[in-house]
Design a protein around this ligand. Sequence first.
Ligand code: HBI
Ligand code: FE
Length: 283
Amino acid sequence: MDTENLRGDYTHMRDDWTVEQDMAAYSEAEHQLWRRLYRRQIGLMPDHAAPEFIEGLEKLDCANGIPDLEKASDTLQALTGFRLVAVPGLVPDDVFFDHLANRRFPVTVWLREPEEFDYLVEPDIFHDFFGHVPLLSNPVFADFLEAYGRKGPEAIKHGGLKCLARLYWYMVEFGLIKTDAGLRIFGAGILSSSGETVHSLTSPASNRIGFDIDRIMQTDYDIDSYQQTYFVIEDYQDLFDASKVDFKPLYAKYADKPPLHKKCLLDGDRFYAPEPEALPKAG
Ligand code: HBI
Ligand code: FE
């Protein structure tokens, strides 16, 4: 992987692309920025995030500054056996898959600049930790993520990398779940962005479609704007069940075909209506 144009420091890595998280190197201004990012998101969580995400977030106790990944790993390990490993930023696909397959989740060590409060291109520690780590406390989701990682080598071998990445994108980054209270978010790309947190549930400009592994594997996505299509599961078990499917026939069907447009609707799609916007809390 060419790391030259990436933002992190890739000069002091181990063979598995992990680094030491130097807690002492974070400045007070960085901890302050974390608290601001956290405060803005936490206010939105009750009406927007999946209950399992909120439960996990509470257990992680990370409101007061950039979290120590070793400490959080101890909390997490007791719950689902997952640990966090510190990385300089994006890592190669095969390395990423191997960490997941061994119940290790890579977390970027650097935090965005204040000018990037609302949006940044590469994932930072706020996205990786706040967005991804809470749901790793859920046993079924954790098992799915391990199973996902185990699928990596086969996808690489059979030209299915793009298809497999679409599953990660539409579920781990941008997934919605149906609850008794309405649609809720479990995708990390949404939950680490205040704008998309509201947009994903409420905007009529985007489609919400029932989870279908075959459908996801052929659907294109956009990495630098709000998604135009979100997929909705009913239970995390839907994800784990999908990971039991043989993906090779899907790779064979879709690997060399032009993908479906990121906003198209198909005859078989189960369409979900947008949610009404949550009222701002008084006080
Ligand atoms: N590296 N640090 C990091 N985080 C990711 O989410 C990530 C990655 N490398 C590759 C990768 N994701 C993709 O393979 C997945 O989206 C499938
Ligand atoms: Fe992510």
